[in-house]
Design a protein around this ligand. Sequence first.
Ligand SMILES: Cc1cc2nc3c(=O)[nH]c(=O)nc-3n(C[C@H](O)[C@H](O)[C@H](O)COP(=O)(O)OP(=O)(O)OC[C@H]3O[C@@H](n4cnc5c(N)ncnc54)[C@H](O)[C@@H]3O)c2cc1C
Length: 396
Amino acid sequence: MIHYAEEELKSKIGNTFSPDIFDVIIVGGGLAGLTAAILLSKNDKKILLLEKKEYPFHKVCGEYISNEILPFLQSIGFDPFFYDAAKISKLRISTPAGKNIYAGLDLGGFGLSRFVLDTALYELAKKNGADILTKTKVTDIHLRNDHFEVETKDGMKHRAKLVIGSYGKRDVLDKKLHRHFVQTHTGYMGIKYHVKLNYPVDEVGLDNFENGYCGIVKIEDDKYNLCYLYKRNLKVQFKNPHELEENVLFKNPVIKNIFSQANFISEEPEAINEISFAPKKLIEEHILMCGDSAGLITPLCGNGMSMAIHAAKLLSENILESGILEKKIISIENRKQLEEEYKHAWKKHFSNRLFWGRTIQSFFGNPTLTGFALNSIHALRPLESFLIRKTHGQVV
Ligand SMILES: Cc1cc2nc3c(=O)[nH]c(=O)nc-3n(C[C@H](O)[C@H](O)[C@H](O)COP(=O)(O)OP(=O)(O)OC[C@H]3O[C@@H](n4cnc5c(N)ncnc54)[C@H](O)[C@@H]3O)c2cc1C
């Protein structure tokens, strides 16, 4: 099998069609897409990953990763502590009124920026033999007879036996595929800063405010991630995040204190809008969805990243075990069989966790309810561990 350097691959593509038929095209190189690229190319499958941005780049994310995925990451050759990830073992939650509640994290996690994490996995995928085109936005995907055609913004078409959709929370592709959730405006927005701050290195903080919550966690070097999720109140509009912070977040004195002590590395934050936690279909027109494209758990559970990586592992194993890539011609029946197996594995591991994530999130936002819920849950320790168990998985 020949693997090309990115520029070489681009020049070989010629006018419209890519010269090869790939085994799998992966659309989107976040955690789900990169993990699938690593696992499938490690098993000698011919993989093309298309990513619209260029590594390294920043992403809106709380950057706290549950340890449930640590042994798996180490098994594929990625050790976060080599990159100076912070070990996190404690949780602090504040009510909207600023009352702190402390808890231990049984499994714990680590803090590492997506800038570092995604880039390291990208390098690993390339090392394993995956072909990767960056600055390449996918605009359309069609199943033509027994193979897919994937079109990109620069007018190219690539062909593959299977397509994995790992393009994240929301994209124009969802509109093209007429996915239900894109028709609604959720009002959820996410904002992320990197800061320097005097704050415990082993503690993740989750500070609540009206219509949202804000996380703080140590990442690599001497940096901290400061990230919040806010559900827009249509009656009150803010010109920019700073105005929102002044008028809404700072009503919680703990958040006000963190922001006033923090030394902001970049003045302007990373931002995303219209985040949807609604259930999504796992398979769309035979495209195998993975990571946030398949369903997003609420960030307060702190394990969307480990779920994206775990889902990619399950899907890659299903693809390899099905033997579908060895077939000369792939029938619709062959596809449906693989899709059913993937659906079964995915539901078993994730549907309950997404349900509990949505349920817990519904308590947050209303200051009275959030304060009441947090105090009551914390007073009933077995309930607290029950909810953590329900939104987290076994070690992968
Ligand atoms: C505010 C907020 C805070 C969060 N905090 C945490 C946390 O602390 N811990 C945690 O575990 N999880 C957290 N999450 C969830 C976590 O960020 C996601 O679950 C995780 O990033 C999912 O990975 P993914 O690979 O599915 O998607 P992504 O990481 O979003 O990757 C998708 C990739 O696809 C690319 N792409 C998109 N469209 C196209 C296209 N058309 N063509 C080519 N490429 C495309 C994008 O550029 C991107 O690189 C948070 C989420 C939010 C919104």
